[in-house]
Design a protein around this ligand. Structure first.
Ligand SMILES: Cc1ncc(COP(=O)(O)O)c(C=O)c1O
Length: 363
């Protein structure tokens, strides 16, 4: 059978599907750009430069992987109930928060529905919404990347079922105001607040889920707890929505290793939060240094990265020079982020290496 004939049998959503631009691995970049640098500094994935808690690593070889996980994930949900001060019935664990983004679009979106995309924001929302059959309606943020409430009001209609708001937002780093959250909650749609960077911003709306049955909070263990490679996140929502989400997700969506690692991380949260605080200190130190460069505009951030705009130089050329020196930052194709790059905060050494290489080319 020809691939063209096979394509005709596919769900039409796949015809014009724009893929999520995920991060190329270090190895593929090294090969693509024939990098000879002896040091590689990966600051393109908002990962945790300190890695997981040491006990997570010690414990991994002891975890039985020949048996399936507990399909109710009671132990991890109980730990999360204590961590979040909510009830176990409000909690869904997932294979990274990405899995819940996808699941929520599939639960709430019917082909033909519209999904507002608060551009620029996390690219996964529009990709998964599109896959669920939604039409994406961009609602551009203002010059400081705050929401444009007037435009949101204009664009929202009966085809809008679910709104996704990352706060802090990726890749801009800013949080939404309480007024914005109240405004969005008042629209009587499902509001998903993605708090992937909550431990860095320390601002959460999780306590509101008992008050607003249309509110869902997403969290990640990838950033603050250094478990990006294990793929584990969770959602906080009403008892009813949690029950539904748990019954329609894949039954064994989180591995034994990921579940146990989450439990160990939460038991040792104070150690991990010390590392988070170090990352915040490093972020502010790097921001001050970047602000002194006349060719760079750096935006305020409440997360583990900084968004920078290059004012005069050519970003693509700069990026290739950085890559050749073993420094990886993240660029974005969208118009709103023209000449912008995002740099994740690494260790003090990583950040210094990035900065020293940057100032070879940028004044
Ligand atoms: C805003 C936001 N949400 C969700 C995710 C996905 O996180 P996870 O690794 O838990 O799937 C990311 C990852 O970068 C993110 O920036």
């Amino acid at each position: 059978m020809k691939y063209d004939d096979i394509k005709k049998m596919m769900n039409p959503q796949f015809e014009n599907f724009s893929v999520y631009a995920s991060m190329p691995s270090n190895d593929s970049l090294i090969e693509k750009y024939s990098i000879k640098a002896d040091k590689i500094v990966k600051l393109n994935g908002n990962e945790n430069p300190f890695g997981p808690h040491p006990k997570v690593l010690e414990n991994i070889s002891k975890i039985p992987i020949h048996i399936y996980p507990d399909d109710e994930y009671l132990k991890s949900r109980q730990s999360l109930a204590e961590y979040t001060d909510l009830n176990i019935d409000n909690i869904v664990v997932s294979c990274g928060s990405d899995e819940l983004i996808d699941l929520l679009f599939r639960i709430f979106v019917t082909p033909g529905d519209e999904v507002l995309d608060f551009t620029p924001t996390f690219g996964m929302y529009s990709v998964r919404a599109q896959l669920a059959g939604a039409k994406i309606i961009p609602v551009i943020r203002d010059e400081n990347f705050n929401l444009n409430r007037t435009k949101i009001k204009e664009k929202i209609n009966s085809k809008t079922k679910i709104l996704f708001l990352a706060s802090p937002n990726n890749p801009t780093g800013n949080e939404s105001s309480v007024e914005d959250i109240e405004f969005l909650l008042g629209l009587n749609k499902i509001l998903v607040i993605d708090e992937a960077y909550f431990e860095f911003s320390k601002k959460s709306y999780a306590n509101l889920i008992n008050k607003y049955s249309n509110l869902i909070i997403l969290r990640s263990m990838s950033k603050w707890a250094g478990l990006a490679g294990l793929r584990i996140g969770y959602g906080l929502m009403s008892k009813e929505l949690s029950e539904l989400s748990r019954s329609v997700k894949n039954p064994y969506n989180v591995s034994n290793i990921a579940e146990e690692s989450l439990i160990i991380s939460l038991k040792n949260a104070s150690y991990l939060m010390e590392k988070v605080d170090l990352i915040i200190i490093e972020r502010e130190k790097l921001k001050i240094k970047l602000e002194k460069l006349s060719d760079i505009k750096v935006y305020p951030s409440n997360a583990n990265f900084l968004l920078c705009k290059l004012l005069n130089s050519n970003l693509k050329e700069l990026n290739i020079k950085l890559i050749k020196n073993g420094v990886f930052v993240r660029l974005f194709p969208s118009k709103e982020l023209e000449n912008c790059f995002r740099v994740s905060i690494g260790t003090a050494d990583d950040n210094e290496y990035f900065f020293d290489n940057l100032i070879k080319y940028v004044k």
